[in-house]
Every structure is written in C-alpha cells, then in structure tokens.
Write a protein that binds this ligand. Structure first.
Ligand code: UD1
Ligand code: UDP
Length: 373
C-alpha cells in the first residue's frame, strides 16, 4: 500500500509525524506532499528537522492568501501530484485549508481520504476551521475520531461507517518528545525563567487577531497579568500587532517576554514547566491537559470540550475580568490549582499513530479501501 500524506501547517506536521513513523516502522514509505501553507523556517522546516521528516516528495509552495485563493491553489497543485502518483489513500489531519484542499482534490479523483482528528465541532460556522472540518469529514472514507464525543458528532451528521475511535496523535507526539525536550532544550535558561514561575501564552485565531477591537482586548489582558508571561508570537499576530501599534505597548512591559514562534522541543519544555497556559490554539489545549498544566482558553467556544469536562481547561474568552479571576485563583488557591492540573487526559494512550496505520493496512489488504459509489 502507498499512502499519501498532505500537510502544510505547524500542527499538521506535529500531529502527523507519529502516523508517518508508524507506516515507516511497517516498511512503508509514504508519499509526502507539503502544500507550503506555512513557509517561515520557524513555522515549518524546524518541525520537519526536529521530528526527522527529511523526505518531502513535493513542496507545492502555495503560501498565504484569501481563504478561496489558498484553498484553490492548494487543490489545483495537490490534484496534479495525486493524478501523477496515484496513491492508494490520502491522509489529512485537522481543519486547515490544506486539509479541505487535500480531501476535495483526492476524493474527486476517487482516491479515498482518511481524516485524522475527525468529528471535532465548535458549532461556530463563522470559523474557517469549522467549515473545513465538516467538509473534510463528509469527503472522507475513513474517519479517525480522537474521542467518543467526536464520534457522536459524526453520527449526528449521518456519518456512521468508517469511523474509528483511536485517540489523538498529539498524545503520541507529546509522549515521544517531552523527555527529549526536557533534556535537550535550554529555553528556560535562555529566557531567564524558573519552572512554574511564568505563564505561557499563544494567540493566532482569526477571530482574536483580525478585529482590532479584539486584538486590543488581548493586549489589555496580557499587560494586566500578575505573572511573567512568555508569548511566542505567530507571524499572523505579529503582523497585526505591528500594524496597529500594539506591539510596542506589549514590548514595553517588563513582565512580558515576546519571542519568535518556537521549535517543538523548546515549546514543549516551556509548556511543561509553565504554571498556567493561556491560549486560543487547539493543539495547545490538548497538550496542556496531557502535560498537567491548567489551561485558560481565550475563546468563547471550543471543539475540544473534553478538556473542559475533564476539568483541565476553562473558556475565558477575551473578558479581562474573567481571565484575571481565574489567573488569581490558580495562583492563590492551591486546591483549585491541583484539581485543574490533575485533570485526566481524555485523548488516549499515545498509540493513535500505530492504530491508524494498522487499520488502514487492514482495510487495504481486505480490499475495502475504495471510494464508495
Ligand atoms: C492556519 C489554520 C489554523 C491553524 C494555524 C496553525 C486555516 C484556515 N487556518 O492559520 O486553523 O490553527 O494555521 O498555526 O487553515 N504567515 C507567515 N508565515 C508563515 C505562515 C503564515 O507570515 O509561515 C502569515 C501570513 O501573513 C498569513 C497569515 O500568517 O497571511 C495567516 O496564515 P494562514 O496559513 O492563512 O493561517 P494561520 O493563521 O496560520
Ligand atoms: N507550537 C510550537 N511552537 C510555538 C507554538 C506552538 O511548537 O511557538 C506547537 C504546539 O506545541 C502545538 C502546535 O504547535 O503542538 C499548535 O499549533 P497552533 O497553535 O499553531 O495550531 P492549532 O493547534 O491551533 O491548529
């Protein structure tokens, strides 16, 4: 069997690496297609290097653009490669424009699509990611749901066949890399930080960065935090902060440490040793509960409700009073802190990559991997 992997952004590289490895362990060399949605060294290549994904067969250099431009360009270029290479299955992961492009290009060529991290729903159709998830799921033949909740979301939309609950490959990635990170990374020394004496923050979601009003709220929150805060800034947010003059305001604050986006090992080390995580990222909500660090999510909804139910994550939106209330509580109420930090990881045992490879190989050998007519 020859699987094709289509990916293009930071989280896709991190979350697909365990699946790629699982195929390689079985003697299968997948076809690797990078759309180039992310292209800065620290948004893409650093992860390929750290996770030792040295062989990229096609680099499509799609780059940035409007939603339709980026998705359309990626579709056209992916289609060309798939027509030439004719893989047996196309794997996509998550909810980016690369995922939608990969899924649509593939299914229309009658090459079955396997969607890793299927069934997530924020129930907020204003998010580009929600549209991508729904459409990718409906174009997929095999759906790897990380949890039973995700499977139920698919059932509600009539997707019953081809669904497998396997856990989330982020657990595999964290388990495979956090010890290496602990040993190799010198990021705490570099930034002059002590374990559990700082908060780690990230924000890049369109709804938080595209509106100047929300960007102002975000900056207001960061500048008011009563703890040192490390903020590795996504290029999208850096551009917006600089354009609106807010970058200088953040930089001027002594308790705020702004950095470039970090490599995975440095980021994992920072996350593991943080007192609190504040984020609007999907993957970081997941990693925090795996690493036993309380997470405050700077959004009003989440497609990872399992983290909230488990007690490791709270939706705080961009409401400064609510954010500060929870930060103070975490800093001053030991029992409350312990409860959040000890929430149980709902995303599985770190063997999702192995399961995905096994299931796909089994379907292929039984002749069941084909687009249904
Ligand atoms: C994308 C995904 C989002 C995911 C995130 C992971 C979509 C719709 N969104 O958001 O779900 O959480 O990736 O980080 O697919 N830019 C650079 N250098 C880069 C990449 C981006 O400067 O290497 C800047 C460009 O100005 C670009 C902007 O960031 O226009 C946004 O990039 P884009 O890939 O469109 O979306 P993300 O915000 O990264
Ligand atoms: N990450 C990283 N360096 C950073 C910020 C994030 O390595 O500076 C990792 C993080 O550990 C997680 C993933 O990138 O695994 C999350 O990516 P992002 O927040 O960009 O996307 P999302 O998960 O929201 O789609």
């Amino acid at each position: 069997m020859r699987p094709a992997f289509v990916f293009g952004t930071r989280p896709e590289i991190i979350k697909l690496a365990p699946v790629i490895r699982a195929f390689e362990r079985r003697g299968i060399e997948p076809l690797m297609i990078h759309t180039g949605q992310h292209y800065d060294y620290e948004m893409s290549k650093i992860f390929l290097e750290e996770l030792e994904l040295h062989k990229i067969d096609y680099h499509l250099e799609v780059g940035s653009g409007t939603q339709a431009y980026q998705t359309g360009m990626a579709m056209i270029k992916i289609e060309e490669v798939l027509m030439k290479e004719k893989p047996d299955v196309t794997l996509v992961q998550g909810d980016t424009n690369t995922v939608l492009a990969g899924a649509l290009a593939s299914v229309k060529l009658k090459i079955p699509v396997a969607h890793v991290e299927a069934g997530l729903r924020s129930f907020d159709r204003t998010m580009p990611e929600e549209i991508n998830r729904i459409l990718a799921d409906h174009a997929s033949e095999v759906l790897f749901a990380p949890t039973e909740d995700a499977k139920k979301n698919l059932e509600r939309e009539g997707i019953i066949e081809g669904v497998y609950v396997v856990g989330n490959t982020i657990v595999d990635s964290v388990l495979q890399n956090s010890e290496i990170a602990e040993k190799k990374s010198r990021i705490l020394e570099k930034l002059g930080l002590k374990p559990k004496e700082y908060a780690l923050l990230t924000a890049h979601r369109a709804e938080n960065t595209d509106s100047e009003e929300n960007l102002k709220k975000l900056v207001e929150i960061i500048t008011s935090l009563p703890i040192t805060v490390v903020y590795p800034v996504h290029p999208r947010t850096e551009k917006r902060l600089k354009a609106s003059g807010l970058w200088e305001k953040l930089k001027a604050k002594e308790h705020v440490i702004l950095t470039k986006p970090l490599g995975y090992l440095d980021f994992l080390k920072l996350q593991k040793n943080a007192k609190i995580v504040l984020t609007d990222s999907g993957g970081i909500q997941e990693e925090s509960i795996i690493l036993n660090v309380p997470c405050l999510t700077l959004r009003y909804n989440t497609e990872r409700p399992e983290t909230i139910k488990a007690g490791g994550n709270v939706l705080v939106g961009l409401e400064k009073d609510r954010v500060l209330h929870y930060v103070e509580k975490l800093l001053n109420d030991e029992e409350f802190y312990r409860r959040m930090a000890n929430a149980k990881n709902p995303f599985g045992d770190g063997k999702a990559g192995e399961r995905i490879a096994e299931i796909l190989l089994d379907l292929y050998e039984k002749g069941k991997l084909r687009v249904k007519s």
